[in-house]
Write a protein that binds this ligand. Structure first.
Ligand code: 0CJ
Ligand code: F3S
Length: 319
């Protein structure tokens, strides 16, 4: 046995708590599965239902067809909006085409859409903190025809020139870095002291809890592995949280992407998963680490989440 083997045999995997699926992702996947059972396949889904390649492939096998533009949905069919939400224009297009719609927008994204509508009705311009091009940002920005201003960082805040500094509000994407968002919000408040903020922060409970769990885990680790797909905002933020603490951290979509060199000579290997990454993948990553010689697993303490969102009308009865 080499020195490296001995080290790995003594090493342990630390498992973050909470990790993986949130209530909005559970609900979105359930909506697709129930719609297929109810109406048969194919069922069209606008955008990846959640940003996870494994989930999307699994639903594709069950009869879902993923599209980006509603014009790709043949007349008379059913379409499901992804967990990230859609603009008013997309909703109107689906209605005008007479498509049957099930809305898998996470209720916590809908909450932000409602805030935008209320503040626009009160005559406020709205600054949205988020990542340009992300579907949630497109959906939230698209809740109103005008008066929305996207900022991605503090430089964008400095460049803002808003018409009435007394009538400004802000909202955020739900899956941001809690710490980066706090800095941008501080810059907004410094520039516009009267800015109106959401009653409850828009970054969701799942994003907050998973980042807190990595903040607790990372200082105990020599390396951190995050399970998540490259286009998943919240999963990327988990990797950054560990990296910002000086811990080498990697994101993988499947156990085959683990490079054995990452764990060579490491004693504590942290594992977590983004809100769209199935527990089966986290377990497969653990199995791969076992194969590579790591014997021990320790689940860390953390918040137990007991949140569930109701299904949309028409899909709520037992399938
Ligand atoms: O935007 C959301 C409602 C989060 C959905 C779950 O995560 P994911 O990875 O599909 O989406 P993000 O890219 O927003 O994290
Ligand atoms: Fe919703 Fe947050 Fe999950 S907005 S879909 S609970 S990551």
């Amino acid at each position: 046995m080499s020195i490296t083997d001995t080290t790995l045999a003594e090493a342990e995997i630390l498992l973050a708590q909470p990790r993986g699926f949130c209530a909005g992702v559970d609900r979105a996947i359930e909506i697709v599965e129930r719609a297929i059972k109810l109406h048969g396949s194919p069922i069209y889904v606008r955008h990846e239902i959640v940003h996870n390649a494994y989930v999307v492939e699994d639903l594709r096998k069950k009869g879902a067809i993923f599209i980006e533009q509603l014009e790709e949905v043949p007349a008379g069919n059913t379409v499901i909006f992804s967990a990230h939400g859609v603009s008013k224009a997309v909703r109107a297009e689906a209605e005008s085409r007479g498509l049957r719609v099930y809305d898998a927008t996470c209720p916590l994204v809908t909450k932000v859409h409602i805030e935008v509508a209320k503040m626009r009705a009160d005559g406020f311009d709205i600054v949205m903190i988020g990542h340009k091009g992300h579907p949630e940002v497109e959906g939230t920005m698209g809740q109103t025809g005008e008066g929305m201003h996207l900022v991605e960082d503090i430089e964008d805040v400095q460049a803002l020139a808003l018409p009435d500094p007394e009538r400004i509000a802000f909202v955020t994407q739900t899956t941001l870095s809690v710490d980066d968002a706090a800095e941008i919000i501080a810059a907004l408040k410094a520039k516009y002291p009267a800015i109106r903020e959401p009653k409850k922060q828009d970054i969701c409970y799942a994003t907050q809890n998973r980042q807190d769990a990595v903040k607790f885990m990372a200082p105990q680790c020599d390396v951190v592995i995050v399970v998540g797909s490259p286009n998943s905002s919240n999963s990327n933020r988990l990797r950054e949280v560990a990296e910002k603490r000086g811990i080498p951290s990697y994101m993988v979509d499947s156990p085959t992407q683990i490079d054995p060199a990452w764990i060579e000579g490491k004693r504590r290997i942290g594992v977590t998963a983004g809100a769209s990454a199935p527990e089966a993948l986290a377990q497969a990553v653990i199995a791969r680490l076992h194969e590579l010689g790591v014997r021990n697993v320790r689940a860390l303490e953390g918040i137990e989440e007991n949140i569930a969102f109701p299904l949309p009308r028409g899909l709520g009865l037992p399938a």
